[in-house]
Structure formats: structure tokens, C-alpha cells
Write a new protein. Sequence first.
Length: 409
Amino acid sequence: MPIMRRWPKLKVSKVKNPKLKISKVKIPTLKIPLGPTEDCVPFNPNRATVKKVKGRWKVADGNHWILDFNKSEWEAEMALAIIKKFNLDSICFIGRPGPSMTYFLSKGKAPVGFMTGEDAIRFSWRNAKVKKLQNRWKIVDGSNWLMDFGNKQQEATKALAILKKYRFNKMCFVGRPNPSMTYFLRGSRAPGFATKWVIPEMKIKLDWNATSTEARLKRARALCEAFNVRLFDATDGQCRVAKFTIYDKSRSLKKTDKGVGHIYETGETQHGHSSGRPNTPNHFHVRLPTGNSQMRQQAGTMFMEWCHSYTGTRDEYETIDGDSAKCPSSSSVRTANDACIMYRTGSYSKLCRPGIHNATTEQGQDREMSCYEWIAKVMKDAGKGTWQIPNKRILGTDDPIPPKFVYRF
């Protein structure tokens, strides 16, 4: 018989498998640009200055120029103020040479905010599209086209990607038509309207020797600065002075008497000639304030005389026959926000507009329109832009760009 072996019973024990410890591995994230490769040139906004190079005004960073403004000094100064305001440190291009679009960045991001008096077109970056219209590639927002790229479809596509990447919603300009600078912002609407007329230079003649009376010269300069603020505010941001050139008693201005503002200390009557127009201004005379307490009043008086001499605006405090008047006529409407600066120069800061204007005043009888309507008319006739007339007062429009001063003694 075969031998039968008894195999021992095999005991199957439960073996506990050790848990595998899986450590978290940090996978580096790739920063993928939202738009196309960008062509940007960095610069230092803290070193940026306005320079005149071989007869051309430029904004430069040291020996490297950023923008060229040809003969327009005030455009260069305005561009510099914009660079400083938004801390712009890179200028970027689409298509070089002869870029079809330029834009600026601040620390690699879109500049955000607004600048009072900015000349801006608002648009929706969400709705912006590239379309071919009349055989030309354009970026459009609904029925409005923003930029024209001609036959360069690829550049139009890149530009659209940039608008969407930075979510720009304002296209802004310095100097139009044919702007010398174009920049984009992301932000809200600025108070006031776009600056339509920047007076490149206003000549001011003093009736004393300024070199021997420093204190009076400082007051004259302060008066010009205060006048510029009131001019900018009264026009809701549509007009400012870029530069005041100050002459004293020793310098003759016989050849350039048109458009000169005279500041004097004698008893001469303050006046301005209402025959003046923007392109053919007349001269005006104002007194130097004795101190800061008179500065606002005299700055308002200077604005009134400027209005006479540069736009032909009439007075709102009297009738054409010389009787006293008030604008507006209703005391309930005649408040600090609604009364006309041509009625009371020290207290009020705005021009009268349709709806509140008193038609029995000298301005109303002679010009048959409010001060704002009249100025808008003469500015359009003179090619100084189509001025907007507000339907209500726009507050807070102090000029953010201080004027430059040059002295000829």
C-alpha cells in the first residue's frame, strides 16, 4: 500500500501591507501669457524729463528718448505728467518699425485710474472684435471702430489680444487730431470733459521791475497759477494754459501786444476787450492782489478779463444798457454751484449754461446765448475743438498739470 503522508495544515495568516506614504510633489506652474509675445522697452519714470533735441521736444530717460513731439512743448509736458501720474515704466509696440499700436505698462500691469481733462474714448474690451470693413482690418466695439490696421490682419489680432489681456477700457490721446501719444487705461470716467484747448503760451507783462521785487513776483506767479485753476474748472476741464512767459517793465512787447495779460499795481481800471477771439486774442489788464486773501477774487477777475479778450464773452452782472443784472435771475437757482463766474468772479467758479442763463444780461442781450454756449461756438469756429456744454455742474476739475513758467527780464 502506498504510504499516505499527512501534510501539515497550512495556516494562512493575514499580512498587513504597510501603507505607502505618498509625498506631495510641488510641480512648478508654467506662467503662460494670455496674449502674444510683447515687444516692450522699459524706462525709468523717475528719470524721465522733457528735453529739446535739435529743435524737437522729446520725453527722454537719460540719453534715450521715449516719445517725440516735434514742435509741441506742451504735448511733451503733458505726456511727462501722464507718465508720472500712472508710474508708466514700459512702452510697448505692435508692429515695428511704424507700429500700428502703442501702449504703456506699469510694473508689467495695466495702468489704472483717470486723469482730469484726459482725452479718452471708452470701450468694452469684452465686446471688442477684429473685423474687415471696406477691405481694412479694424478693431471695433459694436458699431464704433477703435483702431485701423489697414491690411495687417495679424497685428489687429495681436492688438485685440492685448486689449483683452489687460482689460483696457479707455483709449487716451495727447494732441488730436494726429495724436503724438496714445495710451490705454483701465478705470472709470474722469470728471469734467476732455481738454480741448491747451494754450501753449500766455504772455504776462508786469508794470514793475520784477528783479528788485521778489515778493511781488511770487504773488504775480501765484495769481497766474490760481487763474489757470479757475480757467480749467470754469470750463469743466476743457481749457488750460501750458506755459506763462513773464516779462517785466524793462522788456518791450509792442510787437506781441495781442493776447498779452498785463498785471499792474497802479490804479488802472481792470478790463478786457470783448472783440477778442481764440485765434486773434486781445489784451487785458488786472491788478496784483495784495495778499492771499485777495487771490481767489483776483484770479476770478483775471478769468473774466481773459474771457473778454480771448473769446468775446460779455458780462453777466449788467445789461447791455449798463444796468445791474444777476445770472441766473432766480435766487433759488443762483447758488455757488449754478451761478455764473461772469456774474460774481470771487464767489462762483462756473460758466452759465442753457436753462439757467439770464437772457436780460449783457451777454444774453448782445450774444443771445449763455456764456457756455457762446464760448463753445467761438471755439468751434476757431478750430479749438467741439466743446461740450454740461447739463449740470461738474465739480472738482482742478488742473492736475501745473503750468510752466519762463521769465524774460
